[in-house]
Ligand binder design. Sequence first.
Ligand code: PHB
Length: 394
Amino acid sequence: MIDRRRIITLAGAAGATSLAAPFVRPSWAQANTLKVGLLLPYSGTYAPLGEAINRAMELYVKQQGGKLAGREIVFAKVDDESEPAKATENTTKLISGEKVDILTGTVHSGVAMAMAKMAKEDGLPTLITNAGVEAITRGACAPNIFRTSFGNSQVGEATGLAMLKAGVKNVVTVTWKYAAGEESVAGFKKSFTAGGGKIIKDITLPFPDVEFQSILAEVGSLKPDAVYSFFAGGGALKFIKDYAGAKLNEKIPLWGPGFLTDGVEKAAGPAGDGVKTALHYVESLDNPENKKFAADFSAAYGKAPDVYAVQGWDAMQLLRIGLEAAGGDTKKRPEMFAAMSKASFPSPRGPFKLGTSHNPIQNFYLRELRGGENKYLGIAAEMLADDTTGCKLA
Ligand code: PHB
């Protein structure tokens, strides 16, 4: 494998030559390098999620000797701060500034909407590594956009099924008021009310606020059987701790999509004991792909992987499949996208395949946080697909 210093030297030499001869062809190093753009939150409440995705992507490429389909992979990174107002500018930094060959990211649904709009216009091969905003794989779907994570309502729906099965009847929902929280709650309500469950009240607060005291007081007075809540990252940790601090955990079980506990298992401490969630991953999943992935990730970073890491890992698996079908040439987009659309491979999460709108069809697992670990309790929903309303690709 060619080392980094040699690449810099080659690039430098090409630059020097081009001064004398403007139409010189790119050096071997430039031609062979494939630039993968990462639009992720490297700061703010979702920073740990961005870090996990980034780490798994780098680990995957490292294990492939730094190359996919013979192309040397380099990463270009932009911190999107989970700030929708800056999303177009930040995506432009990758598309026009860095001239990336592949676009990946991000975590926040509002940022992802702007990113996907630009990606759709540009046609650049794009992998969504977390954000679950429904439009991306419904009305705003595109041949060049693939999601390796989930749809927001897909996870909510699976959690609703698990709560019904557990005998929960009356629920208060609590979430951030933006696409992810709202769509998550809508998906939950779809399955939960279809099975006879009742919603007592929906409570929201703006993203990324974490002033939960008055909300928790209201939940206590409403006395539901359980709370359904979508939070993630730093906000999820604060919610779990405040919930226990208000002693609600002793009488009203806390439920939610697994984003509530992923990545914050250890930090939650005893406050997290008993939080039940459904998600498309649990660290202890017993399959060979996960055993190796969890061991390698822990060895590399001194921390167990979470769902975000798996989504980054699978984005690289999917990209590799696409690139190999195109002989490493990202200009061969029809070949690349056809292979990615029909890809099916063993993921650490279990079997992975995409539906017609390029959103994963996958298992959802019931988990319970205990002693700093999400324990596997069983299947919440088997190979559940998200709604594809408004998307016509197939
Ligand atoms: C989203 O904004 O779509 C989102 C963010 C964090 C999560 C899940 C979904 O954990």
